[in-house]
Design a protein around this ligand. Structure first.
Ligand code: SF4
Ligand code: SF4
Length: 448
């Protein structure tokens, strides 16, 4: 089996973000392989933990992946302030006599956004609506690299390292089987410290908010990076109860067109024609300008405009997300052409400092130090979704009553599909197959 076949068989997808299938990303050539070790979402610790504990595996694997791409340059992006992780990588590079180069970034948000990272590390500007390959680059997250390392050693993706923090007794890193309920993750972190809380799956800026009563319906997937518990009255949740119509009505009456949302928009600052204040303005008129609305397709939904910039507490990011959904349903795509705009001359001064962002989000009290050890979750039951990321849903190849081993293939896609195989994350019996595969661990019968 070649490298891409091994990655495909193991079901590797991007461990952060949308979960793009890795065997497709690495099919082809690129001049640069960039490894995203920046972990820019506030409070998250998962990638830093992986770098500290698996630096040799990461460096070894990126060399193999770079060969696959025929990449001339391999660069790992990492924040300068993360000195322990920088040292771990430097030692691995030296020990393995590797050609990998480290690029140390400042501590700003969203340094890990793919388009921002490409600009920071290569000085190349991805065209608006384009992808890194348009400028000869492939970007891969450190968590994905670790999964590729396992895949090359015949181990499929069955578990996920996850940061759990906020209103839990012990903020920690969990190593949880895919399909473990979020409720069980909370229990493993010692339980919640307050009664009324909501949960963010992912980072505080871009994560998905779920309510407490969904705790046991939501599960760890291949892309879950963090579980954050915050009080229900926390400011992060304040606009979430509003409908789109209410958000637009509030924008009509309260948007003062100060353009701060555009001034600090990271995509606008790298020269993309995305101006959230203009989108807000056209929404408040009776005859909306279609070409202005299509700018929303360039929005990465980083949340800077909404959670950091807007003095009126409005929601340009959420509105952009809704416009994107509507336009995509109509089949509208942004035509990728080289940007007419230069990188903004004030970009360096308008980057959002991570520490200030944490303070603005009222999260300083949760910047806890994570213990060096991780907790291994031994789930008695898992519900593994057949769709965990962008692309095609996997088709189950098991049925209720089947006995499966951990690591066994239970749902698959074709190699040419934009999708990924799924494997049993615990040993047990299949209880049910629906939009997820429910496996219950087999009780061992002890005979006297
Ligand atoms: S920052 Fe807020 S008030 Fe200012 S233009 Fe943007 S949406 Fe309107
Ligand atoms: S969420 Fe706001 S700040 Fe971020 S890219 Fe979109 S418009 Fe720009």
């Amino acid at each position: 089996m070649n490298i891409l076949e091994k990655i495909f068989q193991a079901g590797v997808v991007g461990a952060g973000g949308a979960g793009f299938p890795t065997h497709i990303k690495f099919n082809g050539a690129a001049e640069y392989l960039l490894v995203n070790g920046v972990e820019c979402e506030p409070l998250l610790e998962t990638d830093k933990f992986l770098i500290r504990h698996k630096s040799h595996e990461i460096i070894k694997t990126v060399e193999i992946l770079a060969q696959q791409l025929q990449a001339k340059k391999i660069v790992v992006g990492i924040k300068k302030k993360n000195t322990r992780e920088v040292k771990a990588l430097e030692q691995a590079i030296e020990a393995l006599n590797s050609r990998v180069v480290l690029h140390l970034t400042e501590n700003f948000y969203p340094a890990g956004d793919e388009q921002i990272l490409v600009y920071e590390l290569t000085n190349r500007q991805i065209p608006p609506g384009g992808i890194p390959k348009d400028v000869g680059v492939v970007v891969c997250n450190v968590g994905t690299v670790v999964n590729v390392y396992e895949a090359l050693n015949e181990k499929s993706v069955t578990d996920k390292f996850v940061t759990i923090l906020g209103e839990v007794k012990n903020s920690t890193i969990l190593y949880a089987p895919i399909g473990t309920s979020i409720g069980e993750c909370v229990e493993m972190a010692g339980g919640a410290t307050i009664e009324d809380y909501n949960i963010i799956l992912g980072g505080p800026m871009m994560g998905r908010i779920i309510e407490k009563d969904q705790l046991n319906k939501e599960v760890v997937t291949k892309t879950t990076g963090a579980v954050i518990l915050l009080p229900q009255n926390h400011s992060i949740f304040k606009n979430k109860q509003l409908s789109l119509t209410q958000m637009i009505n509030r924008s009509r009456s309260a948007c003062i067109q100060c353009s701060l949302c555009t001034d600090v928009c990271p995509r606008n600052l790298i020269g993309h024609p995305l101006r959230p204040h203009r989108i807000m303005r056209t929404l408040s008129t009776d005859r909306q300008q279609y070409e202005v609305l299509t700018e929303a397709l360039l929005c990465c939904e980083c949340g800077v405009c909404e959670l950091y910039a807007c003095p009126m507490g409005l929601s340009p990011r959420t509105i952009n997300g809704e416009i994107k959904n509507l336009l995509r349903k109509e089949g509208v795509k942004y035509l990728s052409i080289p940007s007419q705009n230069k990188v903004h001359e004030m970009r360096e001064y308008r980057k959002v400092p991570a520490e200030r962002l944490i303070a603005r989000l009222d999260l300083s009290q949760y910047s806890a130090t994570i213990k060096e050890d991780y907790i291994c979750v031994e789930a008695k039951s898992v519900k593994i979704p057949l769709k965990q990321h962008i692309g095609k849903t996997a088709a189950s190849i098991v049925k209720a009553g089947d006995v499966v081993e951990k690591g066994q293939l239970i749902a698959k896609v074709r190699e040419e599909d934009l999708g990924a195989n799924i494997h049993a994350s615990i040993q047990g019996v299949i209880k049910e197959v629906s939009d997820c595969i429910w496996i219950a661990a087999e009780e061992k019968v002890v005979t006297q």
